[in-house]
Design a protein around this ligand. Structure first.
Ligand code: HEC
Ligand SMILES: [Cu+2]
Length: 322
């Protein structure tokens, strides 16, 4: 069972790509450099003072006698105060800059943290334009997206380091945030608040696409699931999914309407499954259905002891759900 190579999805807050994150990165570097400069200057002055005092030894302490020491203390406190005040002002300006997007967000996604995956509900004012997916957010490049963050169980924290800071998801509360990706790409995110056994397997991906590609994705997600074929393995699989999986999973356009697990209507369009734990392909789907408790011990997805034929049929059906 191969895990996803970490290098496939960079996750670095030093390489940010949007206006909700860039000012914070600049501030971080700025405060870091100022701190280094302060250490270097203080060390130099201190060494200078020690060496000078040694030279002056034996000739009486001039500095103490003419009161010059006190003057230097005033100058030192003055310089420190100005530098600290400048840092505080820069920090406040940065917080203001990332608090709200410059333009109206394109749409809102309601992200729910759950043990141990992310439900993502795209809202668009119009009830007919709402759909739900899991662990993979698609956004148009260069446009701010509003996020409503909530939890279905314990406290989680939503964090996509290249796009913005962390925001907790707290039961009974909705936290509002936003982000924007200025370059197309796939940005990895991760739950950043310990939330139980499989906290480490609660990742997500943000796929930033040119607006046309995003629109195509959006339209495809709005559609109901591809109907199951009338015969063959996928038809057998569709019946098994109705019988065994529909209590927890939704496949829009069928009778499966469960909401305990991820919406499977367009499962095959996603890159990964189970909170970024496995690549989304036939062998890994089969592995997940048969051994979910071995792959993610404690997950609410039970294991199924299907015959080899039935397992292959279920997977055949799931891979049609483009
Ligand atoms: C008791 C509820 C329950 C049942 C029954 C159930 N699942 Fe799940 N399923 C879940 C939960 C919860 C998750 C999310 C687990 C995680 O990522 O930790 C999940 C995740 C999945 C995923 C990964 C989806 C994604 O986008 O990450 C697939 C595929 C899946 N289930 C298929 C099935 C199939 C096929 C069946 C029936 C044979 C089934 N499930 C039955 C609860 C259930
Ligand atoms: Cu979590």
């Amino acid at each position: 069972m191969s895990r996803l190579p970490a290098a496939a999805m960079p996750m670095s807050y030093l390489h940010t790509v949007g206006p909700a994150a860039d000012p914070v990165t600049r501030l971080g570097w700025g405060l870091g450099l100022i701190s280094v400069a302060v250490v270097v200057i203080i060390t130099t002055l201190l060494l200078g003072a020690v060496l000078r005092k040694r030279d002056a030894a034996g000739q009486g302490n001039e500095v103490a006698r003419d009161g010059g020491g006190l003057r230097w203390i005033y100058i030192g406190v003055g310089i420190s105060s100005v530098v600290l005040a400048a840092c505080a002002i820069w920090t406040l300006l940065t917080l203001t800059a990332v608090a709200h997007p410059a333009t109206k967000p394109a749409f809102t996604v309601r992200v729910t943290g759950l043990q141990w995956w992310w439900r993502m509900r795209y809202e668009n004012g119009d009830a007919g334009q709402v759909f739900t997916t899991a662990n993979e957010l698609h956004i148009p490049v260069g446009q701010p997206v509003r996020l409503e963050l909530e939890s279905g169980d314990v406290i989680h924290s939503f964090w996509v380091p290249q796009l913005g800071g962390k925001t907790d998801t707290i039961p009974g509360q909705t936290n509002v945030s936003w982000f924007q990706a200025d370059r197309p790409g796939v940005y990895r995110g991760q739950c950043a608040e310990y939330c139980g056994e499989q906290h480490a397997h609660m990742a997500l991906q943000v796929v930033a696409e040119p607006p046309a590609a995003f629109q195509a994705w959006w339209q495809a997600q709005l559609a109901a699931a591809v109907p199951a074929p009338a015969a063959g393995p996928a038809a057998v699989g569709a019946a098994l999914v109705q019988a065994r999986c529909s209590a927890c999973h939704t496949v829009r356009g069928t009778e499966a309407g469960g909401i305990v697990g991820p919406d499977l209507t367009h499962l095959a369009s996603r890159r990964t499954i189970a909170g970024g734990t496995l690549p989304n392909d036939g062998p890994h789907l089969a592995d997940w259905i048969a051994h979910s408790q071995r792959i993610k011990p404690g997950t609410k997805m039970p294991e199924f002891a299907f015959s080899a034929g039935d397992l292959a049929a279920v997977v055949a059906y799931l891979t049609t759900l483009r």
